[in-house]
Design a binder for this molecule. Structure first.
Ligand SMILES: [Zn+2]
Length: 198
C-alpha cells in the first residue's frame, strides 16, 4: 500500500488516499480474449486517476514495462507503459502509422509468467492516446517503447502475444517456461532452507 496524493487544481486542496496494487490474472482470464470498447467518460476523473495510479503501482511492483487494465480484470481501454519514474498512461490508444521495417525480438507478458517468445513488430509507430489528465498525445515511439505499446494495444483488442507465434515456437516456449518455473520453485526451497539454518 502507498499514499497517493491528489491535488485539486481549482481549490488547491491536497487529499490523501491509500491505494493498493491490483491482482494480475493468468492467461485464461476471459477478459484477455475480448476487445475492450473505447473509454467514453470525460477525463480527468477520480476513478480513472485512481485506476491509473494502481496500474502504475502494480507495474512497478512486478518490474514490468507494460500493464493493461484487462490483465487485472478491469474492463477499461487503458494501459500503462514505462519504467521507474517514466510511466505513462494510454487511454483509447491508437496507431496511426508504422514503419515498414519489422524487428523480431523477445517479449514476455505478466499474464504468462516466465514465458518468452520472439514476436515481429514494426521498429517505430506513430501513436495517439489520452493520458489520465485528459491531455491528448501524438508521439512517435521507437524500439522497445514501440514494441511495448503494441503489445499492450493487442491486449486492448483481445489479442494475446502467443497469437503472433507459430504452434512450434509456442510449444518450445512452454517447455522453457516449465523449466524456469521448476527452477524458481527449487531456488525458493533452497532459499528457505538457508534462511531456516540461520
Ligand atoms: Zn501482456
Amino acid at each position: 500500500m502507498s499514499e497517493f496524493l491528489t491535488i485539486d487544481t481549482t481549490s488547491g486542496i491536497v487529499t490523501e488516499e491509500l491505494i493498493e496494487p491490483l491482482k494480475v490474472f493468468g492467461e485464461n482470464h476471459p477478459m484477455l480474449s475480448v476487445p475492450i470498447p473505447e473509454y467514453k467518460e470525460a477525463i480527468p476523473n477520480p476513478s480513472m486517476k485512481n485506476l491509473v495510479a494502481r496500474l502504475k503501482m502494480t507495474m512497478k511492483l512486478y518490474s514490468a514495462i507494460g500493464l493493461s487494465a484487462n490483465q487485472c480484470g478491469i474492463f477499461q481501454r487503458v494501459f500503462v507503459i514505462g519504467t521507474g519514474h517514466f510511466q505513462i498512461a494510454c487511454i483509447n490508444p491508437k496507431v496511426i502509422a508504422q514503419s515498414e521495417e519489422i524487428l523480431k525480438d523477445n517479449e514476455g507478458c505478466l499474464s504468462f509468467p516466465a514465458m518468452f517468445l520472439k514476436v515481429d513488430r514494426p521498429t517505430w509507430v506513430d501513436v495517439e492516446f489520452y493520458d489520465e489528465t485528459g491531455a491528448f498525445k501524438q508521439i512517435r515511439m521507437e524500439g522497445l517503447t514501440a514494441r511495448c505499446f503494441l503489445h499492450e494495444l493487442d491486449h486492448m483488442n483481445g489479442v494475446k502475444f502467443v497469437e503472433h507465434a507459430g504452434p512450434l515456437a509456442v510449444q518450445m516456449a512452454r517447455q522453457r517456461q516449465g523449466k524456469l518455473v521448476k527452477q524458481y520453485v527449487r531456488n525458493n526451497k533452497n532459499a528457505k532452507k538457508v534462511s531456516n539454518k540461520k
